[in-house]
Ligand binder design. Structure first.
Ligand code: MRU
Length: 375
């Protein structure tokens, strides 16, 4: 079963069938009110889409960056020597990397492209290798998410076997298929459970200020008919105190080798409340989200700061028009940290494509022994 929109299988990013020199994406700024497909034709189009969040979510940002490298190659002057072309591509890589700082997947997508550039002997060969690299990463992420679902469903199944009633899962932000290419990370086990007819219900945190929960997670769960309820970000603690949450599953933008998890701002507070109430807290992520170079998430993961306008204003549908309105007194100074870090001691487990690891160095290395070399 694939992820659907109005019953039709849909991915978040793909090459235009009739013109594979164009990358197409769902422009998420208009969801859930309008389903808009945007065509990305240049490196600049791709950088804007990442920076201004036409697309977002760690795995999708990574895949988009890999396609950005492909678009940069397509846009390079035809007569370029190999070394000139290679310089051009290095510059493109720098531009892409500067779009958003937190999701490590962005860097992985760019690195996959740079590896293709290194192997290519000419611009023409490079273009086709870059396309293959991006297509390859997209397929890899689809498979990663599918496997996260396969492994993660065991957690939900176990709760259900004990409880024999609907399993209530709380999630924060959008770590669904919209944040990936297909399936999602945090939502993959939920879709897998739903497909297995295990009764599930999802508490969807609205996720201020961009409201990815309200506008994206609620929409995609709705498309799949997965029962869900939207709640304000501050409701989680109350729900947990009253036995209304069986487990929390979130995604991640960057996880350290020790299992510290950076995710959308507010995730840490959910983990604290889960800890206080003895509720399991899982992060679901593909290994492309693990930064093996760092250990201490709070001190080492760069946290994006975005425009205060995202806090002072809010966007929604008014009549038939999508509009932005002001919430705070005009001119109010607002700060807008995009992410926070949940220290690994609050994380019950990390659901990856290779299985569920304890949130420790040892646990992660047991699943990914080949990463030992990097330390
Ligand atoms: O700012 P965003 O919308 O890109 O942030 C996304 C998140 O925080 C997701 O939870 C995270 O990328 C995991 S998604 C699979």
């Amino acid at each position: 079963l694939k992820m659907n929109v109005n019953g039709r299988a849909q991915r978040t990013i793909w090459l235009k069938k009739k013109n594979p020199q164009t990358v197409q994406i769902i422009d998420q700024r208009y969801l859930p009110h309008k389903f808009v497909v945007e065509a990305l034709k240049t490196l600049n189009d791709c950088c804007c889409a990442i920076k201004d969040m036409h697309l977002r979510g760690a795995p999708l940002i990574g895949v988009a960056a890999a396609y950005g490298m492909y678009l940069a190659a397509l846009g390079s002057p035809k007569g370029f020597s190999h070394s000139k072309w290679s310089q051009w591509m290095q510059k493109a890589a720098k531009t892409l990397i500067s779009t958003r700082p937190t999701a490590i997947n962005l860097f992985i997508g760019v690195e996959r492209g740079l590896a293709a550039v290194q192997k290519a002997s000419s611009r023409t060969e490079g273009i086709s290798m870059l396309r293959e690299a991006a297509d390859g990463l997209a397929e890899e992420e689809v498979e990663n998410c599918r496997r996260i679902g396969e492994h993660g469903v065991a957690i939900i199944e176990k709760i259900y076997r004990k409880k024999r009633q609907t399993v209530n899962i709380l999630t924060h932000c959008n770590a669904g298929w919209l944040a990936c290419v297909d399936w999602g990370t945090a939502t993959a086990p939920i879709y897998a459970a739903f497909n297995k007819k295990i009764p599930v219900h999802v508490w969807v945190d609205e996720t201020r200020p961009r409201n990815q929960g309200a506008s994206l997670t609620a929409w995609e769960l709705g498309q799949h008919k997965v029962p869900h309820t939207l709640v304000v970000d501050n409701a989680g603690g109350h729900l947990m105190q009253h036995g209304l949450v069986d487990c929390v599953i979130v995604g991640s933008d960057r996880t350290t080798r020790a299992g510290d998890v950076a995710n959308k701002i507010g995730t840490y507070l959910k983990a604290l409340a889960a800890w206080d109430n003895g509720i399991p807290f899982y992060a679901a992520l593909p290994s492309t989200t693990i930064d093996w170079q760092i250990e201490d998430g709070v001190n080492e993961i760069p946290i994006e700061e975005r425009e205060g306008e995202e806090v002072t204003h809010i966007q929604g549908l008014s009549g038939r028009k999508i509009q932005k309105v002001l919430l705070a007194p005009k001119g109010t100074k607002a700060s807008n940290y995009g992410f926070d870090v949940t220290p690994h001691k609050y994380v019950t487990g990390i659901i990856t494509e290779r299985g569920i690891a304890s949130a420790t160095k040892e646990g992660l290395l047991k699943l990914f022994p080949e990463k030992k070399i990097l330390r």
